[in-house]
Design a protein around this ligand. Structure first.
Ligand SMILES: O=C(O)CCC(=O)C(=O)O
Ligand SMILES: [Fe+2]
Length: 279
């Protein structure tokens, strides 16, 4: 595993908001990640979150839009926080070596896991509409960072990611959902609609790193095979709750008030600290 970004990679990430790192994992590590992710995803079945929905007496039934859900299911099979439900995934995600590269690249003091997710674009799957990540989450920060590990070669044909370079510096935390309109985000940010997104194919075992505010999307999968990826999104330590539930389980959510620090080590383990990082 690569743990140390070069000065040039740091400069590129700061300016563009994303970075491609080929051969981030060794061939052995790639095999371990593939096995662990396949196993954890199979165990999870149809459940996206790490907890099953908990309905309180008097709660309104959740609003459902069956057509939108059917479309989204064909963007990717999304299984969140596998580290919370699978021992091997827990070992892989909590390994301090994994977060060293992201911590050093982001320049933050310390990082907590916000959530991991397997993102498996199915054969002939829909494209991933352009979006930002942080507006979905329960905190605001300009320094959140995600590592996206390619478990299969991600190519122009099967739905590799595209990033709009520099857009992380312009983001206003407004967002649109990941729906069928690929470019809906550019109605919110019309001044960015003529900046070409950069396609980022990467071989299996490679990694993409991106700032949580950079505009990004992915192409359709035009092949008969799945495009598997495993990602981990990191929240800088010291962020506070903004009122959005996102992936927080109901029991924890009920204890939170807007403005509270998100520092629960059970939910958001501290995995990187500039002070104590391993050599
Ligand atoms: O894998 C994809 O298609 C989208 C990935 C993404 O949006 C993310 O990792 O934040
Ligand atoms: Fe994203």
């Amino acid at each position: 595993m690569i743990t140390e970004p070069t000065p040039e990679q740091k400069r590129g990430y700061e300016q563009q908001g994303f970075l491609v790192v080929e051969d981030f994992l060794s061939p052995d590590e790639l095999e371990q990640w593939r096995t662990a992710v396949d196993h954890a995803v199979a165990e999870r079945g149809d459940q996206r979150m790490s907890f099953s929905a908990e309905v309180q007496p008097g709660d309104a039934p959740p609003a459902r839009d069956a057509a939108a859900e059917a479309y989204y299911d064909q963007v990717f099979a999304q299984r969140l926080n596998l580290w919370q439900t699978d021992d091997r995934m827990r070992e892989l995600l909590l390994d301090p070596a994994l977060s060293l590269f992201a911590g050093r690249l982001s320049g933050t003091e310390a990082l907590r896991i916000w959530h991991d997710q397997a993102l498996i674009k199915p054969p002939y799957g829909n494209p991933t509409a352009f979006h930002l990540d942080v507006p979905y989450w329960s905190f605001r920060s300009p320094d959140a960072i995600t590592i996206w590990l390619a478990l299969d070669d991600a190519t122009l044909e099967n739905g590799c990611l595209y990033y709009v370079p520099g857009s992380h510096k312009a983001a206003k935390y407004d967002n649109v959902g990941i729906g069928p309109e690929l470019g809906a985000l550019f109605r919110v940010y019309p001044e960015w609609s003529e900046v070409a997104a950069v396609p980022c194919p990467v071989r299996a075992g490679g990694a993409l790193l991106h700032n949580g505010l950079v505009f990004h999307g992915a192409g359709a999968n035009m092949t008969p095979n799945s495009r598997r990826a495993m990602t981990c999104a990191y929240m800088p330590d010291g962020c506070s709750f903004n009122g959005q539930a996102n992936v927080l389980p109901p029991a924890y959510l009920r204890t939170l008030r807007v403005g509270d620090l998100l520092c629960n080590d059970e939910q958001n383990p501290l995995v990187y600290s500039r002070q104590t990082q391993a050599a």
